[in-house]
Design a protein around this ligand. Sequence first.
Ligand SMILES: Cc1cc2nc3c(=O)[nH]c(=O)nc-3n(C[C@H](O)[C@H](O)[C@H](O)COP(=O)(O)OP(=O)(O)OC[C@H]3O[C@@H](n4cnc5c(N)ncnc54)[C@H](O)[C@@H]3O)c2cc1C
Length: 497
Amino acid sequence: MTSYDVAVIGYGPVGATLANLLALRGLRVVVVEQETEIYPLPRAIQFDGEAMRLFQTIGIAAELEPDLRVAARMHFIDAEGHTLIDWWRPTDIKPQGWNTSYRFHQPTLEAALRRRLAGLPNATVLLGHELTGLADGAEGVALGVTDRATGEQAELSASYVVGADGARSLVRRIMGTTLDDLESHERWLVVDCLLKDGATPDLDEESVQYCDPRRPATYVPGPHNRRRWELMLHEHEDAAEMVRPERVWEMLEPWLTPAEATIERPAVYTFHSVVARGWAKGRVFLAGDACHQTPPFMGQGMCAGVRDAANLAWKLVEVVQGRADADLLDTYESERSPHVRTFIETAVRLGSVISTTDVDVARERDLRMRANPEGFTTPAPRLGAGAWDADDERAGHIGEQPFMADGTHADDLVGYDWAVIATPDAAARLAGTVAPRVVAVDSESGRDWLGRLAAEAVLVRPDRYVAAAADSVEALDDFAVAVRRLTNTGEGSPTAG
Ligand SMILES: Cc1cc2nc3c(=O)[nH]c(=O)nc-3n(C[C@H](O)[C@H](O)[C@H](O)COP(=O)(O)OP(=O)(O)OC[C@H]3O[C@@H](n4cnc5c(N)ncnc54)[C@H](O)[C@@H]3O)c2cc1C
């Protein structure tokens, strides 16, 4: 039986991100994916700067950039075109070292993640192999997999298993994990169109949410010539009928005609809003859609899943490599669950504005919101309690990514690892006293960030969340103690003796 440090079930964007991060840090990883091809139907179309920063860490940001479109705005309008909500995003490069929001094509991203993993020697990918069973034991997990082409069955073993196997997760069912239902389940038709060469339909440059009770709809301009419409289906409408090209063109009539574009891929989805209760059981974990699902109104489903991957991967690395005790893994759910719940609850609230089909309710909403349109900003919640200094109000939040004076992204100096970002003075004092790389900021963006935090030094986790900070040069001795404790590299840590 072949054995691995971690078996990742599912090779969607979350499984692929997780496998890359684990393999980058030297773990032996196997990915088990039942399909032989990347899922082709339209799904995610926006990711945020935090996700892009993670793709930078994995080493695919430069490859992705030519196929991204920077997004500035999402405008919610009523049936008469009045603004109800204006969700504006800055288009300068900050604070993650990237733009705040990008439009993208999910299969293109997934292909880049897969190519990158293929270049890492310690990762094995079993395409066309379905997980059929799991048995968790004290020393590891035994997995049953079936080759779907031949029916051949095999057994693997892994120290840890992560079910990134999507919304219908078998791993979740085997674990017996239940889902908390935030009670928003809506059927929408999703259509990607490709504009024909030379076609110039009168379309917005930015995204629009049409809060029209007759047919709530979303329009998102994708990269290059791809344009996305999401159209809410009424209860009586039959999915098979609604994906017929004639029906799709009827619904797209207000925006464009068959002379201007081709329909790439229509699909009907029911958007759920759920969070798992129990993201881990023994040596088995859940990530991505397997443990939370959100309506897409904030474009955050996959983003939340890649945050799971970033949060879980370094903890598995620390435990497998013997630096931390296994109870570090308990902080995965405690940190991530409240964080993702904030995004889902916010998406459900936005959805309730968009999806109203009752004309009287819509009229009352329009009058109320037109009078005082909401200026929406993306939530930036703090992690739930976990592996960060709960006494420091700066900790538990995503850190910024400064540029160095020579234009290098600071993360490129540290990779997927712990870092201390410090003023030159503090960096000189800390050098040699703590295990993580100490990066002395030498640029305006670095000085600005430390200035806003009123910090001389900041401990940043591999997932880029702030774990601790020092207020002053005098506080650096205490800070160094906190760094050794949080990074499991000091007295009393599993590897310290
Ligand atoms: C219309 C729509 C719009 C969206 N828009 C956005 C957006 O703009 N931004 C955003 O961030 N998110 C968005 N999302 C959400 C995003 O697409 C998902 O959150 C994301 O694809 C989930 O990734 P995942 O890797 O967790 O799961 P998946 O991509 O579903 O991958 C799971 C994989 O597991 C495999 N698998 C399942 N069972 C087994 C088994 N037993 N054995 C082996 N393999 C198995 C499946 O074949 C699949 O490949 C949108 C979704 C939809 C539907």
